[in-house]
Ligand binder design. Structure first.
Ligand code: GDP
Length: 294
């Protein structure tokens, strides 16, 4: 995760080696490289522009810190700004409903079903009793997939069929989850290859019927800026509460992680780091920034 960006930035910071102090010229030169590194990492163009301006401004206004070299001063500013770009503070799940409801949304193949099961496992480790709800009735394999994962995890799952209506499934599942003594429900909704109006209406219907505590937009990190654009559309329609970025294990660039907060205002809450159900991590912006800067 972030490997190529990390390499490119450490190259960029070599510009400051041996420089006595920060001035307009060396900041300009160094930041040109940082800008290129971020663009190569597939970070949103506007986000890069604002980021570079901010770092330049702070670097120029910087009091000389005698204990830090010029390079270290710039790295410190970049680290702080990268942390903000990645979301600032770590944001966990906010679960208040009884039972609490987490609705997973996103395009087909993004990793919704896998992430629903991963989050269920994460929550069980936090002493919750999760209930899984397959609400993608268009792909029989999707119901089967979540049912198999539920069996693997030894968790109760709603007996959805492809003849049922997704809104009815979710509504009825609330009753069944309560009967089963569960306190958190994971609603796995349908995806499409592309955004379409009907899907959005269905998701809005589920949202209205269930009032989810969390609506998590699940995005495949490897799709970079596409993931960010799709996130913005889902957020416009559904007002999502957070993002799960999957397949971070295969994403060396990091463009989606670095742009999604600025573009949508929503934080990455979890990252998927592999196909196994235990491959889920809370996302800590400050740790990710430090990792990028080596
Ligand atoms: P859905 O259509 O959105 O429900 O997507 P799925 O949950 O079926 O996931 C699509 C594929 O991505 C599956 O093969 C998953 O195993 C894989 N996948 C999901 N999350 C991750 C992840 O974090 N890392 C990797 N490497 N693969 C993942």
């Amino acid at each position: 995760m972030f490997d190529s960006l990390s390499d490119r930035l450490s190259e960029a910071f070599k510009n400051f080696k041996g420089q006595g102090r920060l001035d307009e010229k060396n900041i300009q030169d160094g930041m040109r490289e940082v800008r290129l590194a971020l663009l190569e990492a597939d970070v949103n163009f506007k986000v890069v522009k604002e980021f570079v301006e901010k770092v330049k401004e702070r670097a120029l206004g910087q009091e000389v810190q005698k204990n830090l070299s010029v390079g270290q001063q710039v790295i410190k500013i970049v680290n702080e700004e990268l942390t903000l770009l990645l979301g600032g503070e770590q944001e966990g799940l906010v679960l208040k409903g009884k039972p609490a409801k987490i609705m997973m949304v996103g395009l087909q193949g993004a990793g919704k079903t896998t992430s629903a099961a991963k989050i269920a496992l994460y929550l069980r480790r936090k002493k919750y009793k999760p209930y899984l709800v397959p609400a993608d009735v268009y792909r029989p394999a999707a119901i089967e997939q979540l049912t198999v994962l539920a069996k693997q995890l030894d968790m109760p799952v709603y007996p959805s069929t492809t003849e049922m209506n997704p809104v009815d499934i979710c509504r009825d599942a609330i009753v069944k989850a309560e009967e089963a003594g569960c306190d958190v429900m994971l609603l796995d909704t349908a995806g499409r290859l592309h955004i379409d109006e009907l899907l959005m209406e269905e998701l809005a219907g589920i949202k209205a019927a269930c009032s989810p505590d969390e609506i998590l937009f699940v995005a495949d990190a490897m799709t970079g800026q596409d993931a960010v654009n799709v996130a913005a559309t889902f957020d416009e329609k559904l007002d999502v509460t957070g993002v799960v970025l999957t397949k971070m294990d295969g994403d060396a660039r990091g463009g989606a992680a670095l742009s999604i907060k600025s573009v949508t205002g929503k934080c990455v809450k979890f990252v998927g780091m592999g196909e196994k159900l235990s491959d889920l991590e809370l996302f800590y912006p400050d740790r990710a920034a430090s990792r990028i800067l080596g």
